[in-house]
Design a protein around this ligand. Structure first.
Ligand SMILES: *Cc1c(COP(=O)(O)O)cnc(C)c1O
Length: 404
């Protein structure tokens, strides 16, 4: 069947009619265990009663007024985010890329306002993913995403992840900030080496540079702490978040310290839809659930169980899998066979996961996933692995060279 949509996505023909908790159902009633969560978005599963109530309650009152007026629910959500993080102020966006764009603008604007108008360059890392707008694409810096879109926006330097020499070489009087994901999601669940965030913080402080975190994927409890930086005890100056923030309602946010946020004076930025009451009402409810006592501890416990069982699978199927990566419920299985084959077989077992680069399958269950559902997923993976081993023996699947 032909589609009237831009052919930008290589979509599966699977279509879902409804969701409930960690499950998705097709029109004809087939149930799939959802360890994709709309790419780390549905943090609280599908059809969550509290989120539905928050949305419907707001929908009956007020949908939109624009940022020309005070929006109390927006003020309240900003207060919650600052209370729970390093930040003193917030700007709400509609997506991750917009939050990144604003982080880039705010870093440059802060330097400009503080007497360094030539400090506009942003350092980013190879393997990064920061989004698809022209600025975020330049920050991402990958040739395959930039092809055919004209000149790359200037002012970005890319260095290999963990290569301190290359990083220090690129830092100059023109550097405004260093933008980094605590765990690179799209490029295969690559965590920063332990201590690296602290080193980046010190490097920034020594050079008058801002530390900017892309927590679009890692934030809002995904790695087992509210923000991933907490695990390292290192505070950023700017942070972009989005995916889990609305748990399925489109919303993002750029968080900043007082000094940085205050550089974004009246008229310096804006968004028609950003901070819309519907999004604010849902995100406020998301935060009150995720920040409630015990919630994140439970995410960590579930994570430990899932990691343990995945490690066993890796040990039992060394031909198929190489290692388990990630933290919290942002996990990856590095594969020794093409990741597309693994996803295909998982789907055949009614388990949904997300491919990433570097031949990695991402497992991103809702943060509310139960231990029984984790056990269910593990048995799907076990069954899929047995089938994949057979295909490998029969020569129907080729082995990938995982040495590189
Ligand atoms: C998804 C993602 C983005 C882009 O977010 P969009 O909402 O798709 O614009 C940026 N950075 C990271 C780390 C992401 O995972």
């Amino acid at each position: 069947m032909s589609s009237r949509l831009f052919p930008t996505y290589n979509r599966s023909s699977l279509a879902f009619a409804r969701g409930e908790g960690s499950w998705l159902y097709t029109e004809d009633g087939h149930a799939y265990l959802d360890f994709a969560s709309g790419v780390a978005v549905n943090a609280l599963g599908h059809n969550n009663d509290r989120l539905k109530k928050a949305l419907l309650t707001q929908a009956e009152k007020l949908w939109h007024v624009s940022n020309l007026y005070t929006i109390p629910v927006q003020e309240r959500l900003a207060e919650m985010l600052c209370e729970a993080s390093f930040a003193d102020s917030v700007f709400f966006t509609n997506s991750g890329a917009e939050a990144i764009e604003l982080a880039i603008k705010a870093a440059r604007r802060f330097q400009y306002k503080n007497g360094s108008p030539n400090r506009y360059r942003i350092v980013t890392f190879e393997g990064a993913f920061h989004g698809r707008t022209l600025g975020a694409l330049a920050a991402t810096g990958r040739a395959e995403y930039l092809e055919g879109f004209g000149p790359k926006a200037p002012g970005f330097d890319h260095v290999p992840l963990g290569d301190r020499e290359a990083l220090e070489r690129v830092i100059s009087e023109e550097t405004a900030g260093i933008l980094v994901e605590p765990v690179q999601g799209e490029s295969g669940i690559r965590s920063l080496p332990p201590g690296e965030l602290r080193y980046l913080r010190e490097l920034c402080d020594e050079n008058g540079i801002l530390l900017m975190l892309d927590e679009v994927q890692t934030g809002i409890g995904r790695t087992g702490t509210f923000f991933a930086y907490e695990a390292e005890g290192v505070l950023p100056d700017l942070l972009a978040t989005a995916k889990g923030l609305g748990a399925g309602f489109p919303v993002g946010a750029c968080l900043a310290t007082e000094q940085v946020g205050s550089a974004m004076t009246s008229g310096s930025h804006g968004s028609t839809f950003g901070g819309n009451p519907l999004a604010m009402a849902v995100a406020s409810e998301v935060l009150s659930i995720i920040l409630s006592p015990g919630f994140l501890e439970r995410v960590q416990q579930t994570s430990a169980v899932l990691i343990g069982q995945l490690r066993e699978i890796v040990a039992n199927h060394p031909k198929l899998f190489n290692e388990v990566r990630g933290s919290g419920l942002l996990l990856g299985l590095k594969c020794n066979i093409p990741v597309s084959e693994v996803i295909r077989q998982f789907t055949a077992e009614k388990l949904l996961c997300v491919p990433a680069a570097d031949n990695v399958v991402r497992l991103l269950p809702p943060l509310t996933v139960s231990e029984a559902e984790v056990a269910g997923a593990v048995s799907c993976i076990g069954a899929a692995s047995a089938a994949l081993e057979k295909s490998l023996l029969a020569g129907n699947v080729r082995s990938e060279d995982s040495a590189h």
